[in-house]
Write a protein that binds this ligand. Sequence first.
Ligand code: GLV
Ligand code: MN
Ligand code: MN
Length: 398
Amino acid sequence: MKVNPARFLSDLHALRQFGASGVGKGIVRPAYSEADVAARAWLAGRFKEAGLNVHYDPMGSLFGLADGPSILLGSHSDSQPEGGWLDGALGVIAALEVARAAKEAGGPAVSVVSFQDEEGRFGVTTGSTVWSGALSLEEADKLTDRTGVTLAQARESMALMAGDFVDPAQFSGFIEMHIEQGPWLDQAGDVVGVVTDIVGIRDMRITFEGEQNHAGTTPMHLRKDAFQALGAFNALIAERFQNVVTPQTVWTIGHVKLHPDAHSIVPGRATFSMQWRDGDANRLARMEDVIRRAAHDVAEARELEVTFGPMLGLEPVAMDAKSRGALEASAQALTEGRWRLMPSGALHDATNVAQHMPVAMLFVPSINGISHAFEEDTLEVDLVKGLEVLAGAIERLG
Ligand code: GLV
Ligand code: MN
Ligand code: MN
C-alpha cells in the first residue's frame, strides 16, 4: 500500500478553509455550525470520489463506508470554539488517504468516519457516545450548549441528510490517528506515540445562587456574591485534592457565566463548568466527592444555594493489544526508534468506539505541546510519518 503525501496534505489544508479563523492556521468550526456542516458536505464529496458510500447518522456523524466488512479509521471534524486545524481533522484525512491507498492496492477494505461533536459543544464526545449506546438520542437531545441551545435544535441543521445509525458489526476494529496535544513527543524529539490508555473524564455544571445587589452600596459583610463563592470553591478544592490526586490528574474550570455580568452589580449567580480527568475511575469518584462537599461547604458558609447539573463522563479505556501491536511494529519499522508508548490525557472518540470493537490510537507531535488554540501545529514531515505508520499498521492487520 502506497499513501500519497501530497494528496493527503492538500486535503488537510483544504479542510482548514472551512471556518478559518484568520489567525494562523486556526479554525472556528463547532459542531452543527455552518462551517461544520459545509466541511462535512465537502468531506462527503471526497469520500464519494474515493469510492466510499456516504452516510450520515442521526447525530450527523459522517461515514464513508466500504462495501462489506472493513476496518474503520477516523476521528472528528468539528472544533473547539477556538480550535486548531489538526485536532480531529488529521485523523479524518489520514483515514481518507489510507482508504484511497488501500483501494488502489486492492485491499484491505477501509471505512472512514468523522464523528459529530467530539469537542463537546453539548456533552463529551457526543456523537460517538450516542453511537456507542451509552447515551440515548432522546436523552442527548436535552443537552444544552453554553448559550442554552439544545442538541435537538442544533441537529435540525443536519436533519435532511440523516439516515439510521450504522451497524458497528461490519467493522473489525477502529484506529484513530491524532495529534498528541501535549508536550511529551515534542520535548523528546519522538515522531510517533502509540497510545496505551485514554484517561477517564467527569464534567458537570455547577451554579452558586446568591443575591444580586448594588456594587457601591452593599457592604462587603452583607454580600452574597456568587463570584466570591466560586473563588473560594476553587481554592478549597485545590487544597482538598492534595491527598487525592497524582501529578497526572487534571481539573479545569473553563467556562464561567456570571449573572447579570455587569461592572456595578454584585453577581447574584455564577454558573461554571467543572471538569476533571484521571486514568483511575476510583480517583475520579473521590474527586467528585471532594467537589460536591466543597461546593456545599462554601454555599453554607456564605449563605448561598448550590445546584449541580447532570454529570457526564467517560471511563478510562485501555487500547486493544493486537491493534496496538500493529502500530508498534509499524512505528518501529518506519521511525528509526523515534517512537514511544504513552497514555492519552485528551479524550477521543476511540473511548466510545471501544464499546463495540478493538480500538487503538497513534499520536504525532504537537509543536510546543499547544492545542485547543489557534496556534496548534505539527511539522508536515511528522504528519506524513504518522500517516505512513498508520498505513503500515493497516497492512499488518490485513
Ligand atoms: C477533547 O478534545 C478533549 O477535551 O480532550
Ligand atoms: Mn480531537
Ligand atoms: Mn479537541
